[in-house]
Design a protein around this ligand. Structure first.
Ligand code: ATP
Ligand code: MG
Length: 186
């Protein structure tokens, strides 16, 4: 637990030092590797999150998905049940600012997308390792969600988010693939 906290803190600090040019350029490189992959091309329904702070930019990924007539599913987190519900986003106007600097879809404006409909899940996180273990923000939301998902899972990571070993607890769930600016890391 201590170890998770200190890696979260360290990686967040290093991420905070990315320049705007680096952020834009490396996000573009990551997105291009995603667009070139069979996971993107084979999926009609894609779940992902809206970036907060220095997370890899997904706005451009969402726009590309819309252009290709894909359905984009974005979660709302319920902090009481620790569960996420995904909604189909068809416009950025459907987003509202919510807790923890997150942007989430307004439930009155969007239809629910069920777990079974998802064909690719792009998973957020702070740090990742070669085995596919991930360190999130400490809520356990994705660790509860991922065991129910049959679709491929992919994380998008700047180089400083790739660490030697993420500390693993019994409930931690692995992701299938990790894309960094230089390509598929896993
Ligand atoms: N499947 C689960 N069932 C019950 N509790 C869980 C489950 N997964 C995680 N938790 C609880 O959630 C808390 C946070 O877990 P952890 O520190 O791994 O979060 P995280 O992986 O950073 O978060 P997230 O998955 O939201 O990105 C832990 O206290 C853990 O016990
Ligand atoms: Mg975890």
């Amino acid at each position: 637990m201590e170890k998770k906290l200190s890696i979260r803190k360290h990686v967040t600090e290093v991420l905070g030092r990315l320049t705007e040019e680096q952020y834009i350029e490396e996000s573009k490189q990551i997105a291009q590797h995603l667009f070139d992959s069979p996971y993107w091309n084979g999926a009609q329904v894609i779940a992902l999150t809206i970036p907060r702070d220095q997370e890899v930019d997904t706005y451009e990924i969402i726009k590309k998905g819309w252009k290709e007539n894909k359905k984009i599913a974005v979660p709302r987190a319920d902090f009481k049940t620790k569960k996420m519900t995904f909604y189909e986003l068809t416009s950025f106007d459907q987003l509202e600012q919510s807790a923890f600097r997150m942007k989430e879809p307004k439930e009155t404006l969007c239809r629910i997308i069920s777990k079974g409909e998802m064909e690719l899940v792009i998973v957020p996180g702070v740090a990742f390792d070669k085995r596919g273990y991930r360190l999130g923000y400490g809520g356990g939301f994705y660790d509860r969600f991922l065991p129910h998902i049959k679709a491929p899972t992919i994380a998008l990571a700047f180089s400083c988010q790739l660490v030697k070993e993420v500390p693993v607890d019994i409930h931690d769930w692995k992701i299938d693939h990790i894309i960094s600016p230089t390509g598929f890391y896993r």
